[in-house]
Design a protein around this ligand. Sequence first.
Ligand code: BGC
Length: 739
Amino acid sequence: MNQDPEKLLEQLSLEEKASLVSGTDFWYTTAIECLDIPSLNLTDGPAGLRKQAGDSDALGLNKSVEAINFPAANLIACSFDRKALQELGERLGNAAQSEDVSILLGPGINIKRSPLAGRNFEFFSEDPYLTGELGAAYVKGVQNKGVGVSLKHFVANNRENQRFTVSSNIEERPLREIYLHAFETIVKDAHPYTIMCSYNPLNGVLNAQNRTLLTDILRNEWGFDGIVLSDWGAVADSAASVQAGMDLEMPGKGKASQQAVVEAVQNNQLAVEDLDNSVLRILKLIQQLTDNAQTDPSYDKEKQHELARVLASNSMVLLKNDEQVLPIKEDDSLLVVGELADNPRSQGGGSSHVNAYKVSSPLENIQSGHSNVHFEQGYHLDQTADKNLSSKALEAAKKADKVVLFAGFPESLESEGFDKDSLLLPENQNRLIQEISQVNDNVVVVLQNGSVVAMPWIHQVKTILETYLAGETVGEATWDVLKGTVNPSGKLAETFPQRVEDNPTALTFNASTIDENYREGLFVGYRYYDKKKLAPLFPFGHGLSYTTFAYQDLTVEEKENNFILTVTLSNTGKVAGSEVVQVYISNQTSNIEKPEKELKQFEKVYLEPNETKKVKIVLDDSAFMWYNVDKKDWQIDDGSYLVQVGSSSADIRLTQEVTIQKGTKTHPEVTSDTYIADIMKRDDLKDLIATTEFGKTLNNLIGDDSNSKMLENIPLRAAEMMGFSPAQVKAFIDKANEK
Ligand code: BGC
């Protein structure tokens, strides 16, 4: 594109402008050849390229060009490793450049609100901070290579059933603090070229037509200067979408979309300025991406395959390992069980489905890496009962030192496009795990799954390795961890509840086909289990290692507006390994609904055996903020906060209190509606209470009277009931507010 976008805009007819704001087909923007405006290619997806050369679709039905299939977001998030995510992004950027792809449709950063949501495998976490950090690193990686991303799906696309129409009904604080938060972080920190607007309405307004969301919040508040494109088929009214700030309808309804926009301008239903704004943004993006085209876009698939293996093995989560059944020892006789050992489930179904370069088999890797291995299929993945298969596996299990049993969900039960209704593995697999654990004491369950699994057999097996959807190197990566070549260091990015009924959305998820009511508010994931003191099966942030780590000497120092934490971390075991130091903040101060604690920093640290490192972590203001709906702004309150450092959300090793003295005063104005209890609690009013007549009398009245609680629950305007005159009350209020 040779001309300046502003100049080009002046030369475009209304029809040409309208043609630019919708796609020309499934994967391309519209070109205008006479003005030398090229079209851009947009391609899925988050875990590898899904570039369709022939028949096209948005659901992963038709084959795409061969590409490296990296670990899905559910697994890579467990790395808690920003560098790994940036590296992944860069490799995807290389692949996109080599296939002439301008925009990669990812990462998916929706919050995992319900463990039953069908698309959880494509998203990182239940926690907005972790999602924002990992997403920003991924975006920087891709865009470093001159390829744009599409941050998706904006916003609150947290269920699959009726995903085009069901309204996500959310109050503003959880919307800001949980669902918009990661988008905000990534927009501000990594400047994604595009954002994909999701299918669903938010509080009754279709996201693709929501001007508050797409213009006021995204552009005016956060400063987003890229383009908003629609999820495939999300637009109901093309002109209303342009009016709201949605720039590019994908794939578009061909002439019908263009005609609708032209007519809306002609009928004064759509301001031509709104259309011009979108067109200009699209032209600028085309210019930016054609300028970015690299001269040497070649990439080495073998090297990328090796990287995928490292990413996968460094993310796998060792959930349980009693009596150190893992790692496998050289002289262990092994029985490998499960169709998934030989025919692994390595990726999710739907639009992210990649035509993988080469998928490795865990079984083959175990057989070539270990001398004493026997295999039994044990069950059919399609759930057909087969007594013969399970009996053979049981007999073999009696003779083996250890059984490595591969279990998981088939794609028919877990994919984009529909939600699950159970966390239970197929019945034939659960039964087999139970039966085998009765005849063998050393059962290792290796899980391949999109999201949380219920484990009725948890106490019967000693070891569980969570490998989620590991990508095409599932075979090598799983064996790397089983035998200990790689010491597991992944941490859960979502909570595993004991039962599906324990999860905070159990009462509301998929309850209606029209409304999805987010009644749990802020209490998503560990924020809920913490508050309810409900022990999960495995907590957020949990993951074991083949070594052990000791945490000591937490110090917190205030420096230039930040808090600098140092903690001494030692590897106290016999093998090298990495630990994710997690920092949670517990707000002791603000008088608002609040979680017990929230993740606000993390750092992955590698240590040789007996090595000790001083880990330094910086906490800035954002670690202490909450969203004040009345002020429509983020706020920090003066007062006390606990800095909690640990190895998981349920394994806090060190705590230190810090005091903030730079934010908003916590104490509201004293008015006639202020309760005596709130006055008595306030340190800053202690003097006043001790020295004034009003205060002294109050103290005496309340004293250790058995009715003190009742008296304290009276507001100042009713203090006459305690014998005060209105003048005394007024004088006290005036003095209290002088403070
Ligand atoms: C999905 C998007 C995807 C698009 C294009 C939609 O169905 O929701 O995530 O990028 O299709 O394949």
